[in-house]
Design a protein around this ligand. Structure first.
Ligand SMILES: CSC[C@H]1O[C@H](OP(=O)(O)O)[C@H](O)[C@@H]1O
Length: 349
């Protein structure tokens, strides 16, 4: 798989991100030095993918914290509260953002002798979030690989690859790992309108890894399933409710309905950091709505739609748990009934 890192913290306490909006044409890294830089990069999807957003937020909070002078730890805690609230407002659906900032908040609240000790502990925790994510993704990949056969046709949506995480990705992790072990998957990548994460990012990442990838438009998913080209659908996720309902990139629930119709297994790869126990069902998940300009103005020089046409641009949809064959976490493979089995899987009952 590509060795490219999507998010890293420098020794000068700046955050460097790979600008994913420019891929696959250009590989450009951007240096972010303030919370405003980080907020803007997340909103613009320069850094994207639920786990990568969480890592960027953790590093971003640290980068902002170290910019300020503090006399007391209490002052630092107040600054952290402000930074947390601000970064949380960047994207509402990917729960890893809140999850990462809450991890840092626990560190900030722990008793420590002085400001320097708190800052060092925050840096260490932010680094741990990134290191753990790479480990978690690799283990998810190993578990998911046990569900696949050597020459399977795989359909995936959006981009849940290495650049959406610290390394390996979630839904693409089994493909990278299988490829290293001599599997010869045939992968179909949905282009993923309106922002083309599938075309620009997934097709690129898989090509870089010499994995057989075929790009299709989103509305071609049915025909490739009908023609017997697809043995499994693999997707990532932005938030999983306690009952297994799963928010992922817009178009995912339609794929799940199609997969169900054609009797094709539909797998969700989900680090446990993406499970939100405070959401009982998918109805509790806030769905980000983005500018209609993404639909009307994104890709062609000539207008893509008539002027002033009304648009509706939800960035995610929720797949009903009944359509999900299994959810794969770093702890293994969970099958229905999710409400009971997810909690048991994570030993919460
Ligand atoms: C590894 S999770 C990737 C996840 O992120 C995507 O959304 P976005 O590009 O808007 O950040 C999508 O829903 C993917 O499954």
């Amino acid at each position: 798989m590509s060795a490219i890192e999507s998010v890293k913290l420098t020794s000068e306490d700046t955050l460097v991100i790979l600008d994913q909006t420019l891929l696959p044409g250009e590989i450009v890294y951007r240096t972010l030095t303030t919370q405003e830089d980080v907020w803007q990069a997340i909103v613009a999807l320069q850094v994207r993918g639920a786990p990568a957003i969480g890592i960027a937020a953790a590093y971003g909070a640290y980068v902002e914290l170290v910019r300020h002078p503090y006399v007391t730890v209490a002052e630092l805690r107040q600054t952290f509260a402000n930074v947390k609230a601000y970064l949380l407002s960047s994207r509402p659906t990917a729960v890893n953002l809140a999850w990462a900032l809450e991890r840092l908040e626990k560190i900030v609240q722990q008793p420590r002798a002085n400001v320097e000790d708190v800052l060092q502990a925050v840096r260490t925790e932010a680094e741990a979030i990134r290191t753990e994510d790479a480990q978690v993704c690799e283990v998810i990949g190993r578990h998911a690989l046990t569900l696949l056969k050597k020459e399977d046709g795989i359909l995936t949506h959006c981009n849940a690859g290495g650049i959406a995480t610290a390394k390996y990705g979630t839904a693409l992790a089994p493909l990278f790992l299988g490829n290293e072990q001599g599997y010869s998957f045939r992968v179909y990548a949905d282009e993923t309108r309106p922002l083309l994460q599938g075309a620009r990012l997934t097709a690129w990442e898989l090509q870089q890894a010499s994995i057989d990838v075929t790009l299709i438009c989103d509305n071609m998913a049915s025909i490739v399933m009908q023609q017997g080209k697809i043995d499994a659908v693999l997707v990532g996720c932005d938030r999983v409710a306690a009952n297994g309902d799963t928010a992922n990139k817009i178009g995912t629930s339609g794929l799940a309905i199609l997969a169900n119709h054609y009797g094709i297994p539909f797998y969700v790869c989900a680090p446990t950091s993406t499970i939100d126990w405070s959401c009982q069902t998918g109805a509790d998940i806030e769905i980000e709505e983005r500018s209609g300009k993404e639909i009307t103005d994104s890709w062609y020089e000539q207008p893509m739609a008539p002027p002033a046409v009304k648009t509706y641009n939800p960035a995610f949809d929720v797949t009903d748990n009944a359509l999900i064959t299994a959810i794969i976490t770093e702890h293994g493979i969970v099958r229905p009934a999710y409400k009971e089995n997810l909690a048991e899987h994570l030993q919460l009952t």
